[in-house]
Design a protein around this ligand. Structure first.
Ligand SMILES: Nc1ncnc2c1ncn2[C@@H]1O[C@H](COP(=O)(O)OP(=O)(O)O)[C@@H](O)[C@H]1O
Ligand SMILES: [Mg+2]
Length: 217
């Protein structure tokens, strides 16, 4: 399988935005891009669901069920969403669905759920899924105070199981970045021995205006 697994330092840190920009950048370089999200919760909160933005960015014709086989209304951890829905997440079904999505594309962009140690079931974490797919990871993180620790913890958790960290993306990155934000970028690069890029505030409705982000370069 070829592609990238986009994770983050937590929830609401920009994973969907980063995954969308990566997907669109791969499309721009001529690839057929599939997208995938192992589980989604918080659908009852409204707004454009992650799978819709990912599909739009990738120019994909995948159905909702093909992108995100497990979808829940309440904003809770996937293992709890599954329990409340009375339908536990089956890792084998997830892997089969991701392979199906990848089989009809040149590259697959997967968006994780929350951070790496979020349980899909109490015995199968997002990190286990990333490892089973064998894709290099991209970490979305906030540029501000606290991000050095969160990002380095995520890098350690990834490398501890042999996951390759391709890129860290700080998002949204302001035009007039502060001393703290610029210093965070340098510290993560140096202490994490990792490439760090930034994404400015984007108009999510206008993908043609987005910059390119190629974690494989
Ligand atoms: N570069 C950016 N441009 C515009 N909005 C951003 C950017 N980065 C993050 N956001 C906003 O931050 C919020 C969280 O981002 P999202 O990608 O949904 O996070 P996650 O997938 O990690 O939960 C969203 O409202 C998103 O639109
Ligand atoms: Mg998301």
């Amino acid at each position: 399988m070829r592609g990238f697994f986009v994770t983050g330092t937590g929830t609401e840190v920009g994973k969907t935005v980063v995954a969308a920009v990566v997907a669109r950048s791969l499309v721009a370089s001529g690839a057929r891009v599939g997208v995938f999200k192992p589980a989604m919760s918080g659908l009852e909160d409204g707004g454009e669901p992650d799978q819709a933005l990912l599909r739009r960015a990738a120019g994909s014709a995948q159905l909702d069920d093909e992108i995100a086989p497990y979808r829940y209304g309440p904003p809770v951890s996937p293992h709890l969403g599954a329990e409340l829905a009375g339908d536990p997440i089956d890792p084998a079904r997830l892997l089969a669905a991701a392979r199906h999505a990848s089989g009809r594309a040149d590259v697959l962009v997967v968006e994780g759920v929350g951070g790496l140690l979020v349980p899909l079931t109490l015995g199968y974490l997002v990190r286990d899924f990333a490892r089973d797919l064998g894709l290099p990871i991209v970490i979305a993180a906030d540029p501000g105070l606290g991000t050095i620790n969160h990002t380095l913890l995520t890098i350690e958790a990834a490398r501890a199981v042999g996951l390759q960290v391709a890129l860290v993306v700080l998002t949204p990155w302001p035009d007039d970045a502060s001393l703290v934000q610029r210093s965070n970028r340098e510290a993560i690069e140096r202490l994490g021995s990792v490439r760090v890029e930034t994404l400015p505030e984007l108009d999510l409705g206008a993908p043609e205006s987005w910059p390119t982000l190629r974690p494989g370069d």
